[in-house]
Write a new protein. Structure first.
Ligand code: ADP
Ligand code: MG
Length: 692
């Protein structure tokens, strides 16, 4: 037996190739290997006679190889191997591409398991295409079973990972569970030891799901406990009290360039009441893109200043911080409220209609004096560059940050130990039950109605050459009217992280043909902050007509004259993200357009059509969940931007359980002293910002 902290290379009978695979995956211990969780499963347990095989469903046959040969092809780099397989009921063809070694491995007369789906192909007829196979005599790994499908990187194959992990499961001495038994029993999930076996070597899809649920619950419980511990600490410390000046508020509202919507007013009012208490506010402000969250934020910041404190507004990107600064300047022009821009590249003070560029030390001194507003990126808080009398921290587009980390950071900004109030703003429409899970027992305000006079962007899925033609004509027509267009490119080449290549290639292509004559700007991750500012300025002021960009323009950018957003390779994006992108246009009374360029894959087109039908963020999000859920019922979500690696939106009942149990645990034992194993796990997560 091997312990989880022993080297994975101790696995019995490990080959040189497998050692190299472990190395290339950066895996040292057995535990790390077992923590690679399957993304989904192929159910090959349906063992059927060849004569009865259905099309397009995962199946397994036990067959004899009748014939096997390499088929000559005209294209030199393609190797095709064909085998005729048969059992008592009939026979079927199997075709493999680019696996020349098969000709040596498989001989007529061999008994094998073959697992895969049978398809009907125009040139190849009915048969298996590159199915997995294993000798029917030896101990099988994947064929004829529920086969885990692992996330793959580089040259590592599914077959190698399956073998390695299966061996690891057999040899591992499973660790003690850090979740107490009573809790596992109450939720109805297996313990850790069983869960590892269930996810990696399940006997059925149902069993794999049982295992997955244990990991999902572990994540949700840890997260909930971390949130509640932080909340408890904050409540004990207390918040600065913000006294509300009604006369000033009325004057401020009257001075705005527009009438606040009823939802905006309500959001301000509720937050003001929260901040009059000594318990730190934890509030989520949800509102679809363009619903006017920034106005709410600025008004609250101004009220906080009026009562003698400081407030900060944090944005996920430099561009967005500057955009917010522009809004501050517009809305605060008639007040003597000092405010600062704090980004890594610029520290500027605006006071009495003057602008002062500050050195970092000067900025620091000014913040220490207090009673100031600051706009910046989240580096503001990480580096402790916050006003020392911070009473309100506003986080824009909070879905981009881990909430827990943010909370932990703002907890320690004030020397007097008090905890600032927190307002998170998000355009991601998550139902309230989910919001509660992600954000703990925080209260929510929702802006439902958009400012009057907005026209929803007309959305069109553009297919083929005709689709493109239509899209480019529209951009030309709008440009001729003095309006602007975004062209968003997906990242195609994985090495092109900043998107330089995608953006530059696309811009060149457009300039030399489809949009010849228009002025084209570029925006991608490799530009310096100065260059980005300049590109933005040109676009805002109409010195460029088209901005070719990566998804950096996804959040917050507010350019009212932009009336077209064209999204290349739209099928590569999730619907919710496309909806965010679409929010870049339709920010004035002008009619605007969202053009989704798609391949002619029918299911992709169907998915995108949802956006043609609705402009409502909640509906889009729901459709997105439904569609993603359907195809991949038992899969583990890919990590990336998700807060959880295993838990899914559909794990509602586990979320509720995690919420209830964490609440009970913390009210009975606010520091988790009686549960050292749990506490250790939670503390690790709070420190590293991620789980496991
Ligand atoms: P988001 O909620 O996406 O952050 P913004 O705050 O950027 O939305 O607002 C989008 C646009 O709507 C901005 O140009 C803003 O000035 C304008 N706006 C905000 N509130 C109102 C309102 N009540 N009436 C008219 N326009 C408004
Ligand atoms: Mg915004």
């Amino acid at each position: 037996m091997l312990r989880f902290d022993e080297p994975a290379t101790f696995i019995h009978g490990i080959s040189g190739h497998e050692r190299r695979v472990l190395k290339s995956l950066g895996i040292t211990t057995l535990g790390e290997l077992l923590d690679i969780l399957p993304r989904r499963y192929d159910d090959y347990t349906r063992l059927l006679p060849i004569a009865t095989l259905p099309l397009n469903e995962p199946v397994t046959v036990r067959a004899t190889v009748k014939e096997i040969k390499q088929v000559p092809t005209f294209r030199r780099r393609i190797v095709i191997i064909k085998a005729l397989l048969s059992d008592e009921s009939g026979s079927i063809l199997a075709t493999w591409f680019n696996q020349p070694w098969l000709i040596k491995q498989l001989k007529p007369g061999d008994q094998i398991f073959v697992s895969g789906s049978v398809t009907m192909r125009p040139r190849f007829g009915r048969g298996f295409t590159s199915p997995i196979w294993e000798p029917a005599n030896s101990e099988t790994v994947a064929a004829a079973s529920v086969a885990p499908v692992y996330p793959l990187t580089g040259a590592v194959t599914q077959k190698t990972l399956r073998r390695l992990i299966k061996a690891a499961v057999t040899e591992a001495e499973m660790p003690e569970d850090w979740i107490p038994k009573e809790i596992l029993a109450r939720v109805g999930v297996p313990n850790l030891a069983a869960a590892y076996r269930f996810v990696h070597a399940p006997e059925s899809i149902e069993q794999a799901e049982q295992g997955r649920r244990r990991f999902a619950f572990g994540e949700l419980l840890t997260y909930q406990l971390a949130l509640r511990l932080a909340r408890h600490e904050a409540n004990v410390a207390g918040a600065p009290r913000v006294n509300f000046d009604e006369t000033f508020a009325k004057k401020f509202v009257a001075g705005l360039p527009f009438e606040l919507t009823a939802d905006q007013k309500k959001a301000v009012w509720v937050a003001v009441q929260d901040m009059e208490k000594e318990r730190p506010m934890r509030r989520l402000l949800q509102g679809d893109v363009g619903s006017g969250k920034t106005a709410v934020a600025i008004m609250l910041a101004a009220l906080v200043w009026r009562s003698g404190h400081s407030a900060v507004l944090m944005a996920p990107t430099d561009l967005l911080a500057k955009q917010h600064l522009a809004t501050f300047r517009r809305f605060l022009a008639n007040y003597r409220i000092p405010f600062m821009l704090m980004t890594s590249s610029a520290k500027t003070l605006y006071e009495g209609n003057e602008e002062y560029k500050l050195k970092p030390s000067e900025a620091h001194d000014r913040l220490a004096q207090g009673r100031i507003l600051a706009v910046g990126t989240h580096a503001l808080i990480e580096k402790g560059q916050c006003p020392l009398d911070l009473a309100l921290a506003i986080i824009d587009e909070q879905h981009r940050f881990g909430v827990e980390q943010r909370e932990a950071l703002i907890v320690n900004t004030r020397p007097d130990g008090k905890v600032p109030h927190l307002l998170s703003m998000s355009a991601t429409p998550i139902p309230r039950s989910l919001a509660l899970t992600f954000l703990g027992d925080l209260s929510a305000s929702i802006i439902k109605t958009k400012p009057a006079g907005r026209r929803p962007a007309a959305t069109k899925v553009c297919i083929g050459e005709a689709g493109r033609e239509y899209a480019y004509n529209l951009i030309r027509r709008e440009a001729a009217l003095g309006r602007r267009a975004f062209v968003v490119c997906p990242l195609i080449d994985p090495s092109d992280v900043s998107g330089v290549k995608s953006v530059e290639d696309e811009a060149k292509h457009l300039a030399s043909g489809p949009l010849k004559g228009l002025r084209i700007g570029l925006m991608h991750g490799r530009l310096t902050i100065k260059e980005k500012d300049e590109e933005m300025r040109k676009f805002i002021q109409g010195e460029s007509d088209v901005l070719v960009a990566t998804t950096v323009v996804e959040v917050g950018m507010d350019v009212p004259e932009a009336t077209v957003i064209l999204i290349e390779g739209a099928d590569r994006f999730g619907l919710a993200q496309l909806h965010q992108l679409r929010g870049r246009v339709g920010r004035s009374t002008l009619q605007s357009y969202c053009l989704l360029i798609a391949s002619d894959d029918q299911s992709a087109i169907e998915r995108l059509k949802v956006l043609e039908r609705t402009n409502d963020g909640f509906e889009v999000a729901e459709a997105d969940l439904k569609m993603r859920g359907a195809g991949n019922l038992i899969g583990f979500q890919q990590s990336g931007r998700n807060l959880f690696k295993v838990a899914r939106y559909s794990d509602l009942e586990l979320m509720t359980a995690a919420r209830e149990i964490s609440s009970e645990l913390i009210s009975a034992d606010p520091t988790l002293m009686q549960y050292p194993a749990l506490l250790k796990h939670v503390v690790e997560m709070r420190e590293t910002g991620h789980q496991e």
